[in-house]
Design a protein around this ligand. Sequence first.
Ligand code: TRP
Length: 592
Amino acid sequence: MAGQQKETGRSHWKSRFGFVLAAAGSAVGLGNIWKFPYITGENGGGLFVLIYLVCILLVGLPIMIAEIMIGRAAQKQPVGAFEELNGGKTIWSAAGWMGVLAGFIILSFYVVVAGWSMDYTLKSIVNFTQPIEKEAAAETDLFIATADMESMQNYLIDKRLADQARMGESLLEREISKRQMDAFARFQAAVSAAEDPEEARRRLLTDEELQQTVTHVEAIQQQMQELRKGIEEQVRADVTGISDETLFRQVRMEKRRELVLAKVGVTFGNLYTNGWQSLMWAFLFMALTVGVVAGGVSAGIERACQILMPTLFALICTMVLYGAFQSGFPAAVSFVFSPDPSRLKPSGVLEALGHAFFTLSLGMGAMMTYGSYQSAKTGLFQEALMITFLDTLIALLACLMIFPITFSYGQEPTAGPGLVFMSMPLAFAEIGTGGMLLSILFFGLLFFAALTSALSLLEVCASYLIDQKDWSRPQAALATGVITLLVAVPSAFDGDPDTLLGTWHADYGKGFFDTVDHLASNWMLPLGGLLIAVYAGWVMPRKLQEAEVKDIPSWMFQGWLFVIRIVAPALVVVVLLQKVGIFDVDELVRRL
Ligand code: TRP
């Protein structure tokens, strides 16, 4: 981070490596480990991941280059940068303003989730999974002691069949598109509502397209039914055929997992529905963030990043390895990597684009601000590439860490914002003693990853006050922190509607938390990114640009220029227009 050299001019990074680490620290955060897995889960996996990767490559990376370029050239935060480069206030300053506003909004829900990570770190230190594990084991023993052979067999059969049914459902979804399913449902409703169903059926099926759909769906349903019968017999035979010892062992494992899953869910629920507790942690986290930013973002953070980032990486790899030996691993890999159009939720494309901005810290001038603390005029493309690569790698690994556990425990991947807090403890409970250590490390590092990102969010707002309004660093940090914390109050009470938000969820269709996240990440960041792309591609004086890319081969610069002028803005515009309802990208993707 920047040192404090007010008298000698603007503060700068100690080294290029320091810049890359701090920028990667900003990029790698809750977005990678908390948000990416849960939105991947909600949006059906594979295809969503693919679209996200395309957005990273065609939109994220070029805009990352643009942001660092503008920041480096102007040596200013977003509001000041456009003024500096244009020699005065222009309409472009609005882009900077929107960035500052988006920063406030994002930070306001960011601190709540970061607060949860602190809560879970403390919980890990008191070994919260141990009593969960103990209770579950005791209840399992009780179940086995009191159940007879037959009910244990039935228990196992039901478990297996539930797993099969879940797989069957996804198979069904793969064979029948959402549109076909809807058409079929409408057809069925019409037939059953008619006075003479047979006649209605015949009449409706004169429509050729509908007839095809109905034949297709009914054939698949038939197949499924036969399959299901076969599977049921198979499972029944399997379970009755195993030895008593194996039966005991398997029932014990399944029952224990079921109980642990429920208890871990309750633990998170207790925190989520307790607004005051969430707020207290958010307050503590904010105090720390303000402290670091006020303290002049010292070499301490730079050094801390150097140790923490590799540790985080090693820990994630360890947990991926653990997952690789779990029964849910194949299902997880196929969930994350096999693109399946039928599972993509409408709005998935906008979500993927929004997240590309969020995870790379783009669209609001964070990378611009960080770039402005750099004096070197070389290495722009390599830096951007490295930051993007690290960020993407960690996001994908986070999915491979979480989903094997999720699937092994029969948890739904659509658990939403609580996913990481409800799936990782399952594994830690099972690992036992070593699990406590891993748990402390995991949530501790999640907390640090959040901190290094939150710093960059606060830094943008604070550096505006410092650069443009001549505030002192501590004053600026404190003021931004206090305001953000006020905005954070409703987010903290998101799960506690009785206290504050009443019918918000019913009125908006999503929680307050999701509402502001959606507004900032999916609208403001892409819009900000669009302005930055247009500015960098069309408006920024060529002379200034060329000064930043002296060491870059001309073809590479030209390639970037093409993408930033045409491809990236076009993609963002198309995706935003679709949300306004001009046309439907999701449908287009599904048909491809
Ligand atoms: N990129 C961070 C994450 O993935 C969050 C973040 C930090 C951010 N600074 C930002 C998001 C600026 C948007 C803009 O957790």
